[in-house]
Design a protein around this ligand. Structure first.
Ligand code: DAT
Ligand code: MG
Length: 151
């Protein structure tokens, strides 16, 4: 069984605010493995595809404009329960409902400026990873500390 992967992205406000390292650090420290990472100024059509499940929402246009307002940092993180635990590490969609200790709970206050994205299921993780990364951009490597993190 291949370990679970999640698509995690630092949004334009997270990049502008210098929070890329902080967000990467939390996933590294937790024991997840970085398999892919790139900075990208995503186009509106690309973002509309990423968020297509929300296309009927009133906030969709603003969401796409915000996500297109500057570069993002897209990542693939791998490890046990990466999707569900990644979401817990991010916090709630509304930062004000996010517990302190979570990324959103520690760094933001607005749903429309919530600094990071994380896949909400294994199926959406797979869809998002293939939307943002070519197969050859996903790097196979073994962290030398892996036996100290997973049994
Ligand atoms: P999440 O990012 O926690 O997975 P989502 O997939 O439901 O949340 O929505 C994607 C993004 O859309 C979310 O990060 C911020 C924005 N958004 C969601 N609900 C919103 C709302 N009620 N008003 C404004 N923006 C919203
Ligand atoms: Mg979502």
């Amino acid at each position: 069984k291949t370990p679970e992967r999640s698509f995690i992205m630092v949004k334009p406000d997270g990049v502008q605010r210098g929070l890329v390292g902080e967000i990467v650090k939390r996933f590294e420290q937790r024991g997840y493995t970085l398999r892919a990472m790139k900075m990208m100024h995503a186009s509106k059509p690309h973002l509309e595809e990423h968020y297509k499940d929300l296309s009927s929402k009133g906030f969709f246009k603003d969401l796409v404009a915000y996500m297109n307002s500057g570069p993002v940092v897209a990542m693939v993180w791998e490890g046990k329960d990466a999707v569900k635990t990644g979401r817990k590490m991010l916090g709630e969609t509304n930062p004000l409902a996010s517990a302190p200790g979570t990324i959103r709970g520690d760094f933001c206050i607005e749903v429309g400026r919530n600094i990071c994205h994380g896949s909400d299921s294994v199926e959406s993780a797979n869809r998002e990873i293939s939307l943002w990364f070519k197969p050859e951009e996903i790097i196979a490597w073994d962290p030398c500390i892996k036996d100290w993190i997973q049994e």
